[in-house]
Design a protein around this ligand. Structure first.
Ligand SMILES: C[S@@+](CC[C@H](N)C(=O)[O-])C[C@H]1O[C@@H](n2cnc3c(N)ncnc32)[C@H](O)[C@@H]1O
Length: 239
């Protein structure tokens, strides 16, 4: 994109401006799932704001390489991949999940299996790479029975130092969030946008505590914006 930016104020302005079109993005995403056989209504009171923000951040900036913790049914990975496809650039989303058969209170079985099917169906395989495992270690035993899966997948992916953005939405315990940020920081390309996006900053106190603890440690190296409606998210830029 000719007007691609890495400036955090500009990115936040673009996200705010795109909210007025979030209902059309909601329909676009629902159609992608419906075409793969999943009739899913995306929650317009919260989830769509998060997904629209991710779609816009990728669409309006120079971001191309993203590492995500927490694939689940793929909504966020697919939102970002659709933006990469619209930009017409090469890029890649590496998404990590230990792939439990069930997660949280939900009744959806094999959510990552659903994500894989939708990605194949809409031809996004070149843009989204699935990694089965724990980003760092298994801590989040309050939300799922922890399956056997490799550890330290984020550490391995970080060694390339290629990521423009890290999306933290996997392990929602204090340790899980904190270490996703610590290891995620080492994955950032020093010449890239250097963005870290964390979901559930308002709805989950362990996530907020971890972000705030991490933020204190790096206060002189980061720019920080929070979106406090509903589940909430933060966007951090390393400077
Ligand atoms: C809230 S869901 C993610 C929602 C997803 N980002 C979306 O937009 O659809 C959290 C996911 O994180 C995964 N998870 C839990 N611990 C993890 C870890 N240590 N590393 C990576 N993923 C993890 C869970 O299996 C679950 O699928």
């Amino acid at each position: 994109m000719s007007n691609a930016t890495c400036d955090l104020n500009e990115i936040c302005k673009s996200i705010n401006a795109a909210w007025k079109d979030s209902s059309s993005f909601k329909r676009e995403l629902e159609l992608v799932y419906a075409n793969a056989g999943y009739r899913w209504e995306i929650d317009s009171s919260d989830q769509i704001y998060f997904l629209s923000a991710l779609h816009t951040i990728v669409l309006s900036s120079s971001i191309r390489y993203i590492i995500q913790t927490g694939t689940h049914a793929g909504f966020s990975a697919i939102s970002m991949a659709l933006a990469l496809r619209k930009k017409g650039v090469t890029g890649r989303i590496d998404t990590i999940d230990p792939e439990p058969p069930l997660y949280g209170q939900e009744v959806i079985s094999d959510p990552v299996g659903i994500a894989k099917k939708v990605v194949r169906n809409c031809g996004l395989e070149d843009l989204i790479k699935f990694h089965k495992g724990y980003s760092v270690k298994p801590w989040d035993d309050g939300r799922m029975d922890l399956p056997e899966a490799p550890h330290f997948v984020l550490n391995q992916l970080a060694s390339d130092r290629r990521a423009d953005m890290i999306l933290v939405d996997g392990d929602h315990s204090f340790e899980g969030t904190y270490w996703d940020l610590e290891v995620g920081l080492t994955a950032l390309n020093p010449n890239g946008a250097k963005i870290m996006f964390v979901h559930d900053y308002v709805s989950i106190s362990e996530v907020a505590d971890a972000v705030n603890t991490w933020k204190k440690k790096y206060s002189n190296r980061i720019d920080f914006r929070s979106h406090k409606k509903k589940n909430g998210y933060v966007i951090i830029q390393v400077i």
